[in-house]
Design a protein around this ligand. Structure first.
Ligand SMILES: Nc1ncnc2c1ncn2[C@@H]1O[C@H](COP(=O)(O)OP(=O)(O)O)[C@@H](O)[C@H]1O
Ligand SMILES: [Mg+2]
Length: 131
């Protein structure tokens, strides 16, 4: 019975979480992109991170931060978590690359994972209806 119900509502629960780690100055563009796709809520955190350059760029290759030697230079980034309908994922990726790629290292990354279900606590709505 429960399995059958899950099958009937399969499309309504086809959701992905996109975790976008971006340059802080690109957050306004990203919010505009997500607004354009009428996604639901989002969660944003201020984080520190580095990619394959370990936080060092061509112009800033000094192996020091405030006098301390370091092997990994963590830079301020913004982490955006947004759960969306699966069908939006590729469109969001395309628009993010079109509008946010600078061609310089440190543009960021998008991680994508499957979400089994969502619940709006206030109403009890489930799946995509809860986004
Ligand atoms: N493998 C990873 N795991 C977790 N976070 C990552 C990873 N790669 C990148 N990040 C996050 O994404 C941010 C931007 O990465 P970026 O420098 O653009 O990646 P890369 O140098 O590998 O192209 C990093 O500061 C870090 O916060
Ligand atoms: Mg990098």
């Amino acid at each position: 019975m429960v399995d059958k119900q899950r099958c009937e509502h399969w499309e309504e629960k086809d959701m992905k979480e996109m975790i976008l780690i971006i340059r802080p100055e690109k957050l306004e563009i990203l919010k505009d992109i997500l607004d354009g796709f009428q996604t639901g809520g989002m969660t944003i955190s201020s984080v520190m991170g580095c990619g394959t350059q370990r936080g060092f760029t061509g112009e800033n290759s000094v192996n020091q931060i405030k006098g301390f030697k370091t092997t990994i230079n963590l830079l301020p980034k913004i982490r955006v978590e947004v759960v969306v309908r699966n069908e939006l994922v590729e469109e969001i990726i395309t628009e993010v690359r079109d509008r946010m790629a600078t061609n310089h290292v440190g543009d960021g990354k998008i991680f994508i994972r499957s979400i089994d279900d969502a619940v709006r606590i206030r109403t009890g709505e489930r799946g995509e209806a809860a986004l």
